[in-house]
Design a protein around this ligand. Sequence first.
Ligand SMILES: O=c1ccn([C@@H]2O[C@H](COP(=O)(O)O)[C@@H](O)[C@H]2O)c(=O)[nH]1
Length: 276
Amino acid sequence: MSFIQSLTNAWQRNDSLLCIGLDPDPARFPASFKGNSDKIFEFCRAIVDASATYACAFKPQIAYFAAHRAEAQLEQLIAYIHTEYPGLPVILDAKRGDIGSTAQQYAHEAFTRYQADAVTVNPYMGFDSIEPYLAHQDKGVIVLCRTSNPGGSELQFLNSNGRPLYQIVAEYASQKWNTNGQIGLVVGATFPHEISTVRKMVGDMPLLIPGIGAQGGDIAATVKAGRTEQGLGMLINSSRAILYASNGSDFAAAASQAARETRDAINLYRRPSPLN
Ligand SMILES: O=c1ccn([C@@H]2O[C@H](COP(=O)(O)O)[C@@H](O)[C@H]2O)c(=O)[nH]1
């Protein structure tokens, strides 16, 4: 099944647009695991088991594994999610971008080694740097467009033929690059106006939206700006606010509660109503 199909099923099955980010930082683990990078899999497994029912996807960020030489634990984690929660997509957040021959290796790493269902990529080097990912036709390729960090504006808002650069990325990614309908875009929750602009440009294309929770993005503004007519179309990511909802022995229960509350807060605004 393709990434887009699995995602559509997960949106409906779990009644959720919440993507849970897996950014394990041993320094923030609860006391029994604290500082121990050998416990990354165990920590993430507890979070996954506690929150999967409230999620439409999981998004491990590769840096949090690679920094601790924990790539084997990342492989184990993705395999675990696929076995225990079949059909729940896993997006490898790697933000790759390089010449075609190297991109082929990165695509192999994401989709064959890690068995991710989708990967994030940087469009800065153009179409030939993205094409090798698209060759994996059942996989998702999620292109950085208007990122959630303040510094993203330095380049993404640069005027290019009368339009900010992020809009050119949205246009290329949704039209000439999207030959097989497998592309999505990253647009930060910290920029709801830009989410709305991108949504109008790209139809129902999935938007990966980080920036709620620890980065302070507004859930109501995000959902209203990004929802499709069907009340779908978004993977709204929260990582730290869920992973570290408690640093005590109740960390998994606290993550479960934070995930449920975030899923429900998002759902309040999925469909237009007289109140929203
Ligand atoms: O524009 C972007 C693109 C990616 N990210 C990633 O999302 C999570 C956000 O984590 P929080 O703890 O919910 O802030 C993290 O993995 C980033 O690398 C992003 O924040 N913004």
